[in-house]
Design a protein around this ligand. Structure first.
Ligand SMILES: *[C@@H]1O[C@H](CO)[C@@H](O)[C@H](O)[C@H]1NC(C)=O
Ligand SMILES: *[C@@H]1O[C@H](CO)[C@@H](O)[C@H](O)[C@H]1NC(C)=O
Ligand SMILES: *[C@@H]1O[C@H](CO)[C@@H](O)[C@H](O)[C@H]1NC(C)=O
Ligand SMILES: *[C@@H]1O[C@H](CO)[C@@H](O)[C@H](O)[C@H]1NC(C)=O
Ligand SMILES: *[C@@H]1O[C@H](CO)[C@@H](O)[C@H](O)[C@H]1NC(C)=O
Ligand SMILES: *[C@@H]1O[C@H](CO)[C@@H](O)[C@H](O)[C@H]1NC(C)=O
Ligand SMILES: *[C@@H]1O[C@H](CO)[C@@H](O)[C@H](O)[C@H]1NC(C)=O
Ligand SMILES: *[C@@H]1O[C@H](CO)[C@@H](O)[C@H](O)[C@H]1NC(C)=O
Length: 469
């Protein structure tokens, strides 16, 4: 502890002796591993303004290596329209020092809420968790893992952590189905007529904001869906589809509690059970959780959901039943905004971080006094230079086309909102995220020819049937 304090004081003293105030932008400017990031931020007046005014944050800052790795795979993306959303996504709300990260995942909202990239109220989330080797991880789109090897860098308003790969902004649900290679689900969409252009409800739920998707992806689910297609009306199939979607709340796995019931788009509820450490939705087991998408989260199931049987998974055997589930603890039928928790019951910057900053600020104040005159001079000089060089104050940005960057951005926004009118699905995410060579997977997906809706069999009522629904 003493050692830690001494070294951080030495570090602060170094900064002070070089005349640096410890702002977020100055951390980016001062750390050699962050020079690429600093150059990118400095090239975007909006990104500069965002970071200059940020408060109460954890900023995940990709290293030079991370940026060159990203640029090699996505040339020309980060220095174009993508720099601002990437900065916004790395700017997490609240202080999350390494010590607050545990093996229980936390889903922390970021500053990214531009609807071109995210339709999660309050900002797209980043998952923070301790990896199996004890390294802090930030998990983002398609469960890409960014790790941080160095220590936390405290600065005015929050904490900077250097990460080894650029965060992956979650793509649309349609794109994520392809990215995550959910082959059985794609076959289910095909088998049950959900790709048909007349299945307009599919696009409707893909377009919602704040959604939890339960996506069946197994041979058993496909067999069930195939059989269902033979015996069901279009309305029945629509009900089945909509029963797998929970609108109005983004329920990351830690928020799925035993006994919770969630209202689906279809109108009736599904039931969450935690048993043997696994999450069940009705009787189906969650086999992959927390695939983040632009408008919420996807959990993958081992079977279709049956809305006529919400009784949950088979109970464990008699001997195991001593560890049976506690009584239902909550119901969650009308949540509109997810809540995010930080570990240890601490919201925002941890007490430790606050204390750390407090101690640091207190002790160096002596040193500060001696260099104050120099600092003030330096600060004023910098400020004047920044204002002159980067015209990002409100007055110069007030016109809609004040910035050429802004103009380009709007044009791309229009280009991106393409729809394939022949299909019940649309894809925009990949283009937004990966620029030029994106869209490919989306188009491939779009080429799948939807089958005609299966013939209506009014004589078969699903309700009494029971075998699947
Ligand atoms: C940059 O900020 C200005 C002023 O706040 C705004 O009008 C403009 O749309 C922003 N540009 C982008 C790309 O967000
Ligand atoms: C972005 O970087 C690429 C090289 O990675 C370069 O060819 C391109 O001109 C740059 N674009 C802008 C707008 O600076
Ligand atoms: C992102 O930061 C800007 C500037 O501080 C703020 O106006 C905006 O509300 C923030 N957005 C979110 C989603 O927190
Ligand atoms: C967010 O929702 C709007 C419709 O409300 C849609 O136009 C936009 O494409 C969505 N953004 C993403 C990233 O899906
Ligand atoms: C997404 O993640 C899955 C599982 O790790 C992987 O198999 C797949 O290749 C990834 N997709 C992309 C596009 O990175
Ligand atoms: C669907 O109907 C076929 C015959 O038309 C029958 O063999 C099958 O068992 C039925 N499936 C269900 C789930 O009832
Ligand atoms: C910091 O942000 C977190 C997360 O948004 C919030 O819960 C907390 O109240 C904020 N703390 C302060 C001091 O503003
Ligand atoms: C930051 O941008 C300004 C122009 O906006 C430029 O004059 C300055 O050299 C840049 N600084 C760095 C370190 O790139």
């Amino acid at each position: 502890m003493k050692l830690l304090r001494t070294s951080s004081l030495l570090w602060l003293a170094t900064l002070v002796s070089r005349g640096w105030a410890i702002s977020l932008l100055e951390v980016l400017q001062g750390y050699p591993q962050l020079s690429s990031l600093y150059t990118l931020v400095n090239s975007s007046s909006n990104a500069t303004a965002l970071l200059a005014n940020a408060n109460n944050f954890t900023f995940l800052a990709p290293s030079n290596d991370a940026i060159s790795k990203f640029n090699a795979q996505n040339p020309g993306v980060l220095n174009g329209t993508q720099i601002l959303p990437n900065i916004q996504y790395g700017l997490l709300k609240g202080g999350y020092p390494t010590l607050s990260i545990s093996s229980t995942p936390q889903f922390i909202q970021s500053n990214l809420s531009d609807s071109t990239y995210a339709n999660v109220t309050g900002g797209q989330a980043v998952e923070l968790v301790l990896g199996s080797d004890g390294t802090p991880e930030a998990i983002t789109g398609n469960r890409s893992i960014s790790t941080s090897s160095g220590s936390d860098i405290p600065c005015v308003g929050g904490i900077v952590r250097i990460i080894n790969s650029v965060l992956s902004i979650p793509v649309t649900t349609v794109m994520e189905i392809t990215n995550a290679n959910l082959q059985y689900f794609i076959a289910i969409l095909n088998a049950d007529g959900y790709l048909s252009s007349s299945a307009t409800y599919v696009n409707q739920v893909l377009d919602l904001h704040d959604v939890t998707y339960f996506i069946p992806n197994s041979a058993a689910a496909l067999a069930g869906a195939t059989q269902l297609a033979q015996n069901s009306s279009a309305a029945d199939l629509e009900a089945v589809f909509e029963y797998h979607i929970v609108p109005g709340s983004v329920n990351y796995s830690p928020m799925l509690k035993n006994g919770m019931s969630l209202k689906t788009q279809q109108g009736t509820n599904l039931q969450i059970t935690i048993q043997g450490g696994d999450i069940y939705v009705n009787a189906a087991k969650v086999i992959a959780s927390d695939l983040m998408v632009a408008n919420g989260v996807v959990h993958v199931l081992d079977n279709l959901l049956n809305r006529f049987d919400t009784s949950g998974p088979p109970k464990p055997t008699a001997t195991a039943s001593t560890t049976s589930n506690p009584a239902p603890t909550s119901t969650q039928n009308s949540i509109t905004t997810p809540t995010y928790t930080s570990s240890g019951g601490n919201s925002g910057m941890s007490t430790g971080a606050k204390a750390g900053l407090g101690v640091g600020v207190g002790v160096v104040s002596l040193a500060l006094i001696s260099t104050l005159a120099f600092l003030i001079y330096r600060h004023r000089r910098n400020k004047a230079a920044a204002t002159a060089a980067a015209p990002w104050d409100n007055s110069s940005m007030s016109g809609a086309t004040a910035s050429p960057f802004n103009k380009f951005y709007v044009q791309r926004g229009q280009v991106q909102r393409q729809e394939d009118p022949g299909l019940g699905l649309q894809s925009t995410g990949m283009q937004q995220q990966y620029g030029a060579d994106s869209g490919v997977a989306g188009r491939e997906y779009g080429q799948v020819d939807g089958p005609a809706i299966p013939p209506r069999s009014p004589s078969r009522a699903l309700r009494g049937d029971g075998s699947y629904f």
